[in-house]
Design a protein around this ligand. Structure first.
Ligand SMILES: C[S@@+](CC[C@H](N)C(=O)[O-])C[C@H]1O[C@@H](n2cnc3c(N)ncnc32)[C@H](O)[C@@H]1O
Length: 222
């Protein structure tokens, strides 16, 4: 088995400096926009972005919602460096970033943060233990808080199916893609209520990608 953390960190460290300008940047920004569109306009409190990358989504949130504090977490030190630099360059001071593995972070560092929204975009498939990762999201949220998870929709994508098989049997790392109902089950099993699909998106030749199949799932901490 390949050591996942070092490989994932290395992979994202290598692309961090071009992440917001490369061929796929508009595709990832469009993912962020899907999430931005469903945020509550009266949003306040703290939003936690798990696998925040260079912090693009959090910067848009910070610019639109003055009352929000944002915390971004990422396993890649280079992604975090750029997230900090870009927030500083845009004079945004209500964001902070932590370089860590979500599956290992001591959650006490987030205590007292009033986290009422957790977003996780295109990152969940990297977690080695999806149920434990979901449980940690649940524990981190305040009562009534919401999870917004954007992932590949394996059910409708031969490409994602193919990648899933390659990761499992050839690359042999922890990367796993799930069916929507499996994701829903993970979140319900750790205590989330009102878990539902907010949006499904299927596109051909969209944002320089041959095929896109995504699902946005939300859940509430009762
Ligand atoms: C495909 S990128 C998505 C970045 C951003 N959410 C976006 O939509 O553009 C996945 C991100 O998850 C991070 N990541 C992967 N595994 C992680 C883990 N265990 N803990 C924290 N971050 C992780 C990677 O470093 C990378 O920045």
């Amino acid at each position: 088995m390949i050591s996942l953390c070092s490989n994932i960190e290395k992979e994202f460290n290598e692309i961090a400096s071009t992440y917001e300008t490369n061929r796929l940047s508009s595709w990832y920004k469009a993912h962020g926009e899907i999430i931005l569109n469903v945020l509550d306009p009266h949003q306040n409190g703290t939003i936690l972005d798990i696998g925040c990358g260079t912090g693009w989504l959090l910067r848009q949130v910070a610019k639109s919602y003055q009352n929000i504090k944002g915390i971004g977490i990422d396993i890649s030190s280079k992604m975090i460096d750029i997230a900090e630099e870009e927030a500083c360059r845009e004079n945004i001071d209500n964001l902070s970033f932590i370089k860590c593995d979500w599956e290992e972070l001591d959650l006490s560092v987030l205590k007292g943060e009033n986290i009422n929204t957790v977003v996780c975009a295109s990152t969940f498939h990297y977690f080695a233990d999806p149920i434990r990762a979901s449980k940690r999201i649940f524990e981190t949220l305040t009562k009534g808080g919401r999870l917004l998870l954007l992932e590949r929709d394996k059910a409708d994508s031969i490409l994602t199916h193919t990648w899933a098989v390659l990761h499992r049997f050839l690359i042999r790392d922890h990367v796993r893609f799930y069916l929507s109902h499996e994701l829903i089950q993970f979140f319900e099993s750790v205590g989330f209520s009102d878990v539902s699909i907010k949006r499904k998106l299927k596109k051909l030749f969209w944002k320089r990608k041959f095929y896109t199949s995504l699902v946005l799932i939300s859940g509430k901490k009762p």
